[in-house]
Design a protein around this ligand. Structure first.
Ligand code: PMV
Length: 342
């Protein structure tokens, strides 16, 4: 009898502790992830490489409770329902299955310090914070690679935000995705590369990255060229990062971004994430280079532009960008940390 009581006490204690909070930063891809070979498992058609940024992040608390009949999700103080809720709860199903606790539901409280769905990888910070908090709350003890592999199922690019500094997402070869996760390339201390996120519009984007990728893979004749050229860009940029060769890294990142966006123009029906404002900022970055200021751009699945530069040019770059009437906000970021538990 005594043993039973102990078990029971132990059981209650475990339930009470099923709560964890994690903070994850966004990451910006210098070599883009664009295209899936398996939509359900989120397996990409190429490796990608990113820099995790300081100061643009999501903080998420996950609390599994015995008495809940379904998950409850709050984002920035408001209850979330519909598609966004489905994505979160389907992702938690993966974690529940992994932990063998499929009967447990959670209260999820998330705070985004990133404009949602405006071409920023807020899904990256969102799903990595959720994966880290949920797996810890439910009692899974995962290595970084295992956490990255699970995080990938929420949003592909999120699997890189597990790490600080530079990270590479390896596409892997296996059909079950067991060799598909991100690995660290260089810590944030390796190189103080800066990124200015130039916000032009915080409206929801018209084509989600998910739909955009699918349409491109299925219909764009440029897609094969994109996949083929990627390993060359990847090899070059890794060499550049290792040697802190800014020109090399900037040139490759900018060209890689242009190739990704070119695939969308070849899709059927064609589409682009760029607006007039996007093109104006791209042109200003080129003008800066002509004036001897070292700056390059990269763009994700939205209109906003990220400018890559070195600390010594921060002031002049900020001044030049602020002068553009199209620009509504600029955030300046240094390399940031990976997942932290609060
Ligand atoms: O992981 P998703 O579905 O948010 O896709 C992100 C795709 C890009 O941001 C355009 C590129 C990347 O590698 O982050």
């Amino acid at each position: 009898m005594a043993l039973r009581t102990e078990e029971k006490v132990e059981g209650i204690k475990k339930v009470e502790n099923m709560k964890a909070t994690a903070k994850a930063n966004v990451n910006i891809a210098l070599i883009k992830y664009w295209g899936k070979r398996n939509e359900e498992l989120i397996l990409p058609t190429n490796n990608s490489l990113s820099l995790t940024l300081d100061g643009l992040y999501t903080t998420t608390t996950v609390h599994f409770k015995e008495d809940l009949k379904e998950d409850i999700f709050y984002l920035d103080g408001e209850r979330v329902l519909g598609m966004a809720y489905e994505r979160v709860t389907q992702f938690l199903d993966i974690i529940r299955k992994e932990a063998n606790k499929e009967h447990l539901f959670a209260e999820i409280t998330s705070k985004n310090d990133v404009p949602t769905a405006a071409g920023f990888a807020s899904s990256a910070s969102g799903f990595s914070a959720l994966a880290a908090a949920a797996s810890k709350a439910i009692g899974l003890q995962l290595s970084d690679e295992e956490l990255s592999r699970i995080t990938r199922r929420g949003s592909g690019s999120a699997c890189r935000s597990i790490y600080g500094g530079f990270a590479e997402w390896e596409m892997g070869e296996k059909e079950d995705g067991s060799d598909c996760y991100a690995v660290p390339i260089a810590p944030k201390e390796h190189w103080d590369l800066r990124i200015a996120a130039v916000i032009l519009s915080d409206e929801e984007k018209s084509v989600s990255s998910r739909d955009g990728m699918r349409r491109t893979v299925e219909t764009s004749p440029f897609f094969d060229g994109w996949v083929e050229s990627n390993p060359i860009d990847l090899e070059g940029i890794k060499e550049g990062i290792k040697n802190r060769d800014f020109k090399k890294v900037g040139e490759i990142a900018e060209a890689n971004c242009l190739k990704m966006h070119a695939t969308t123009l070849g899709a059927n029906p064609p589409f682009t994430y760029w607006t007039d404002e996007t093109v104006k900022v791209m042109q200003e970055v080129r003008n800066m280079r002509e004036d001897g200021i070292q700056a390059y751009f990269t763009i994700d699945a939205g209109p906003n532009v990220k400018v890559i530069y070195l600390p010594e040019d921060e002031q002049v770059i900020q001044e030049r960008l602020q002068k553009l009437p199209e620009v509504t906000e600029i955030t300046l970021s240094k390399p940031g940390d990976g997942i932290t538990y609060l």
